[in-house]
Design a binder for this molecule. Structure first.
Ligand SMILES: Cc1cc2nc3c(=O)[nH]c(=O)nc-3n(C[C@H](O)[C@H](O)[C@H](O)COP(=O)(O)OP(=O)(O)OC[C@H]3O[C@@H](n4cnc5c(N)ncnc54)[C@H](O)[C@@H]3O)c2cc1C
Length: 386
């Protein structure tokens, strides 16, 4: 594994302290499906949102691997998985595409506020008829002089209800296939941009989500990130960051769950013995340990390939599967190990099951990840939607 230096460890400890303060009252907020504005202010003050961004905009200039390591620390300490999801979505949806593909003018206008968290970011890719099949998106952006006119509707926009800026993926060339899509930054107060009511959901309830509507919404062509037609390229880059960063948080959550279960199995007694002394329970915990270690290794290995600019499609897909499915399996195993107490809301463990399930769906479902791997294995017929 990577030998982290003192600065990296210090950043991680700071993220852990932040995570501890964000956890207070999270189950109550989960019940009310409430995004914590106070929590967001703490996140802003911590500087966490600035981690991977350039110093000239107030960023901390850290690389991808360090960002993941710090976010893993956050996941270890923070029980408010929804807030963690909202903050990683903010970073990867807006700052990452702006930093990598944005024009100097667009960067100047938005990066300082994105780094500071003064503007909350979101991205609108999915549509009612285009989920896994992203290329089927129908939202259009017609060029009219030096403006774009956007029309369409978007589904499942994380942070939508609280977002100040939304990166909308729209078709600028109906006949252009993957090269006919553009990523367009739309500010909340643009006329013609509408937001649905927050949608109730199973888990990650403290991370608000809604539909977004575009009705003759006009934005300057200068708001295109990466130029007309490069939306799919932007999307691909953003998805790598989304998988590597939001699932690094999950690895931290899995590690915390493992430690909690080991402690419980060493203290809870039945039949006169600690339950951890029963082979069935011990083996279940060993499987949790294997899931965490394997997921972590795969995720950082995939990230290292991305950093080296190597072909990483397969590695990122495998890592996403190992973390998301491992997160789900360990969340269920923790409830089982705590027995009836685990099933009770106050344990926080049933909350983890509800949150973990979302990871099998967002950033490309498990089926789509397996399709990608099948395609890389030369099993083309079995792999649409990659
Ligand atoms: C918590 C959460 C947050 C989200 N946040 C965002 C966001 O911020 N922005 C955004 O744009 N979207 C967001 N999404 C949407 C997410 O990206 C989509 O839900 C996802 O891409 C799947 O699309 P879908 O829901 O339309 O399912 P569908 O694509 O309709 O899939 C339904 C089922 O069919 C399977 N399937 C589909 N095609 C294939 C195939 N070719 N081969 C095998 N199986 C297939 C799927 O795996 C799934 O099981 C979020 C979703 C969730 C749950």
């Amino acid at each position: 594994m990577i030998d982290w230096n003192d600065e990296q460890r210090q950043l991680r400890r700071a993220a852990q302290r932040l995570g501890e303060s964000l956890s207070a009252g999270h189950l109550e907020r989960d019940g009310r499906a409430e995004f914590s504005r106070d929590g967001w202010k703490l996140v802003q003050r911590s500087g966490l949102l600035a981690l991977p961004f350039d110093h000239r905009w107030g960023g901390l200039g850290q690389d991808l691997l360090t960002t993941m390591y710090v976010l893993e620390g956050l996941g270890h300490a923070c029980r408010d998985s929804g807030l963690s999801f909202s903050l990683t979505t903010h970073v990867v949806s807006t700052g990452i595409p702006l930093q990598h593909f944005g024009s100097p003018e667009l960067q100047e206008r938005f990066m300082p506020a994105v780094c500071a968290g003064d503007l909350i970011g979101a991205h609108a890719i999915s549509e009612p008829e285009a989920g896994s099949d992203m290329l089927a998106l129908r939202t259009s952006a017609r060029v009219d002089g030096d403006e774009l006119v956007l029309n369409g509707s978007k589904a499942f926009v994380t942070n939508g209800p609280v977002a100040d800026v939304v990166v909308v993926y729209a078709r600028t060339d109906p006949a252009g296939g993957p090269f006919g899509i553009s990523a367009i930054l739309v500010e909340r107060d643009r006329e013609g941009l509408g937001f649905g009511r927050p949608v109730e959901k199973m888990g990650l309830r403290t991370s608000p989500l809604c539909e977004v509507f575009l009705d003759d919404c006009r934005v300057p062509t200068d708001n295109v990130i990466g130029g007309l037609g490069s939306g799919f390229l932007v999307f691909d880059h953003v998805m790598n960051w989304e998988v590597l960063c939001s699932f690094a948080v999950n690895v931290g959550e899995m590690q915390h769950r493992l430690e909690r279960v080991v402690e419980y199995a060493r203290s809870r007694k039945q039949f006169g013995s600690h339950i951890g002394s029963f082979q069935a329970v011990a083996h279940r915990i060993v499987d949790m340990r294997i899931a965490v270690d394997t997921a972590r290794r795969a995720l950082y290995d995939a990230a290292a390939r991305v950093v080296r600019n190597e072909q990483a499609t397969e590695d990122v897909a495998i890592a996403k599967l190992l973390v998301s499915e491992g997160n789900m399996a360990t969340a269920v195993a923790a409830v089982e190990t705590f027995g009836g107490y685990g099933y009770m809301t106050e344990s926080g463990l049933e909350h983890d099951v509800r949150c973990a399930l979302a990871g099998l769906i967002y950033s490309g479902t498990s089926d789509i990840q397996r399709n990608r791997i099948a395609k890389m294995m030369g099993l083309h017929g079995a792999a649409p939607g990659c």
